[in-house]
Write a protein that binds this ligand. Structure first.
Ligand SMILES: NC(=O)c1ccc[n+]([C@@H]2O[C@H](COP(=O)([O-])OP(=O)(O)OC[C@H]3O[C@@H](n4cnc5c(N)ncnc54)[C@H](O)[C@@H]3O)[C@@H](O)[C@H]2O)c1
Length: 258
């Protein structure tokens, strides 16, 4: 029997993706958790199923066409439909001076963050056209509101590109009742530093004097994955029915300071 509503979350084994998958399950969605690390995905699936909700793990690299096509078929075969896509998986990649950033490092960030987001939506939309739905792209304040992370040129370009993708597709897909929005987080306490490689920061850092506590709403504390997950659930569901093509900055005011 087809599940009531079905959501796909990429990068669902950790951080924002994990919190979004848990929150969507709690909100009644059957959830496909897609990522590259089976153990992490299985642990989140177990957590969701223990609460009596529906979930399945989908092992795929978001930049690989065949893997994404197979994962999408597996999800729709299992749950019968697809209503919500959270294109969240991403990496910080290498942050370095432009002359030092290698073409391979540039390509890696583009492949995961931009090609991966394109691939996720490219493979999902055929399953969403008949029912309509909501696509939520997890971008960043980098590249959309701030440009101050030292050496983060490739990362910022992908995050700006993701917002452009959301706005372009909001128009293209409106005729099918598919909304497309972008979430732009500031500093959120996750494992993303594990895939961040910073070189020669002293050459790219901007000598700004930051005010005491750089995140106004929370005395300088980073946001949590759960803060972002609540926004994902809002943008996924009918309470945001008139919102499309919109960036939502979720940064406690951090991005307004620079
Ligand atoms: N944490 C922050 O401060 C912050 C701020 C702004 C934006 N973001 C964005 O939020 C998103 C989630 O990041 P996070 O902070 O939760 O970090 P995270 O590292 O905890 O989560 C990222 C997840 O994506 C997965 N992933 C990476 N490459 C993949 C690939 N090729 N195929 C499939 N899965 C892949 C990882 O395995 C991981 O589970 C990213 O797009 C990131 O750019 C994070």
């Amino acid at each position: 029997m087809a599940a009531a509503k079905v959501a796909l979350v990429t990068g669902a084994g950790s951080g924002i993706g994990r919190a979004a998958a848990l929150a969507l399950a709690k909100d009644g969605y059957a959830v496909g958790l897609l990522g590259r690390t089976k153990d992490e995905l299985d642990a989140v699936v177990d957590e969701i199923q223990k609460d009596g909700c529906k979930a399945m793990a989908l092992l795929a690299d978001i930049s690989e066409e065949n893997e994404m096509a197979a994962a999408m078929s597996e999800l729709v075969d299992q749950f019968g439909r697809l209503d919500v896509v959270v294109a969240n998986a991403g990496i910080n990649g290498v942050w370095a001076p432009i002359e030092d950033l290698t073409p391979a490092e540039w390509d890696q960030t583009m492949n995961v963050n931009l090609r991966g987001t394109y691939m996720t939506i490219h493979k999902a939309v055929p399953h969403m056209k008949s029912n309509g739905g909501s696509i939520v792209i997890v971008s960043s304040i980098n590249g959309t509101r701030t440009f101050t992370s030292p050496g983060a040129t490739a990362y910022s370009v992908t995050k700006a590109g993701q917002l452009a993708m959301a706005q372009q597709l909001a128009l293209e897909l409106a005729r099918y009742g598919i909304r497309v929005n972008a979430i732009c987080p500031g500093a959120i306490d996750t494992e993303i530093d594990d895939n961040t490689h910073i070189r020669s920061k002293e050459e790219t850092a901007i000598p700004v004097e930051w005010p005491q506590g750089d995140i106004p709403i929370s005395n300088g504390e980073a946001g949590t994955s759960e803060d972002v997950a609540d926004l994902v659930v809002f943008l996924a569901g009918s309470k945001s029915r008139h919102i499309t093509g919109t960036p939502v900055w979720i940064d406690g005011g951090q991005g307004l300071l620079v």
